[in-house]
Design a protein around this ligand. Structure first.
Ligand code: UD1
Length: 435
């Protein structure tokens, strides 16, 4: 397995450009299945998850032109749906692949999806997605290891989500786009990625109103057409670099960031004493001066504090004096980074969904494992301030969601080297091997 060797680094300095949002582009790619024509998607990050989604779409019949390397662009057209059952081998690589179910059901009247994989953060059920499809008139069959939905015609209805699930909101929205009549999703997720998806579908000729609020109305249309769309910047990558500046006591200009999308991260950093300035060029995070203090965090659906930033913020909290509390309300099993941070010397105790951090302990490099995407990023941040070297294993999780991770960090002065079993030309001190 590939690993990162992270060496204690000085304060990160300089500027970083944020890429397009992973969580916005994946459902947008799925939504291209809703029409026959070509869709141009711009500002797409070159990521492992995007590659997996491309492969899934191609198995369904999409023609994908991948210009990610050259200009972060994808062109996708699906003149015909060739298959309504994507293979388990691909779907199991990424939980987000389940969002192809809604568009497949809308376009082909049938979808049979193997039960999804992805980050191991909790049970992550799909009952709300299925509740929505059933309410629209689909017949649902849950078999061993797969779920199937079928409907000759979907009919607009009102769906109340028991929890504002991001994936369920997206899936139901896409299923309803060509249904007969109007669908209302109540207690819908309000995340910016939902708004971006709705904007994309509306450019295709869809009629969606209210995305970004808790009530979304989707008026069914006959047919959709191709369009061109620019994906929003990634708010979690934005937050990650803000925290990287904070934990290393650096000064970083985070460019192409949308401050409105990271309000809770800005607020919590300021509470801790970190200066965050919204400038014309981007978000300036300055932690070079001052005394930093603890704070309490509770993760919530948007616009609350994002669960995806919880582990990353916690890494920072281990470095400030005082006691902080972190409560995770979105996922039931999202403290897997705690034992790894503890291996590096952090003083953290957990009780169910609550973690108490006694900050200010000295961190020391250790061998740790990236158990999921954001946990991995948290460990790299901790490694930047820990004595000696930190080996972060299973970094494929990190590469699922961060574009040019090592390059971007290195440009700010971080000492990170990737070691792959196949390209193992660096020794553990980040120096080229003699042989
Ligand atoms: C998306 C994001 C992920 C983020 C999460 C919450 C993508 C690709 N991933 O994941 O990075 O951490 O939102 O902001 O966009 N739930 C149910 N039944 C369902 C669906 C969800 O009970 O049918 C529960 C989940 O178990 C979880 C909570 O709802 O406890 C939130 O999940 P959800 O919002 O659906 O997250 P994802 O869409 O999977």
């Amino acid at each position: 397995m590939a690993k990162f060797i992270v060496q204690k680094s000085g304060p990160l300095m300089g500027e970083v450009e944020i890429s397009g949002s992973k969580n916005a582009v994946l459902p947008i790619m799925a939504a291209t299945l809703l029409c026959e024509e070509e869709c141009n998607i711009m500002d797409v990050p070159k990521l492992r998850d995007v590659d997996v989604m491309n492969q899934i779409l191609m198995r369904i019949g999409a023609k994908v032109t991948d210009e990610l390397e050259q200009e972060n662009k994808l062109t996708i057209a699906t003149p015909e749906i060739a298959a309504t059952e994507p293979p388990y081998g691909l779907v199991s690589k990424m939980r987000a692949s389940f969002v192809i179910m809604g568009p497949l059901l809308a376009r082909a009247g049938r979808a049979r999806i193997p039960l999804p994989g992805g980050c191991a953060i909790g049970a992550r059920p799909i009952d709300l997605h299925l509740k929505g499809f059933a309410a629209l008139g689909a017949k649902i069959v849950e078999g061993s290891g797969f779920v199937e939905a079928q409907a000759d015609k979907l009919h607009g209805t009102t769906v109340y989500l028991d929890f504002p699930s991001v994936g369920a909101t997206e899936n139901i929205m896409m299923a309803a786009v060509m249904a007969e009549g109007t669908t209302t999703i109540e207690n819908a997720a309000e995340e910016p990625e939902i708004v971006d998806l709705a904007n994309f579908i509306n450019k295709m000729g869809g009629r969606i109103k209210g995305a970004g609020t808790d009530t979304i109305k989707i008026e069914g249309v006959e047919k959709l057409h191709g369009c061109t769309h620019h994906v929003i910047p990634d708010r979690i990558e934005t937050g990650t670099f803000m925290l990287a500046a904070a934990i290393t006591r650096g000064n970083v200009l985070v460019k192409n960031a949308l401050p409105d999308h990271v309000k809770p991260v800005i607020a919590k950093l300021r509470e801790c004493g970190v200066s965050v300035e919204d400038t014309l060029e981007g978000l300036r995070v300055d932690a070079t001066k001052g005394k930093f203090t603890s704070t309490d965090i509770k993760t919530m659906p948007y616009p609350g504090f994002p669960t995806d930033m919880q582990s990353i913020f916690m890494a920072f909290l281990t470095t400030v004096e005082g006691k902080s509390t972190v409560i995770e309300t979105v996922f039931e099993n999202r403290f897997m980074h705690v034992s790894e941070l503890a291996r590096m010397g952090a003083n953290i105790t957990t009780n169910d969904r609550s973690a108490t951090i006694i900050g200010g302990q000295k961190l020391t490099g250790a061998q740790v494992v990236a158990t999921d995407l954001r946990a991995g990023a948290a460990l790299v941040l901790a490694g930047l301030v820990a004595e000696n070297f930190t080996e972060v294993d299973e970094v494929y999780h990190i590469e699922r969601g961060y574009e040019h991770f090592v390059d971007k960090f290195s440009a700010l002065g971080a000492n990170i080297v990737k070691e792959s079993p196949d390209t193992n030309n660096y020794n553990k001190y980040g120096k080229p091997d003699e042989k």
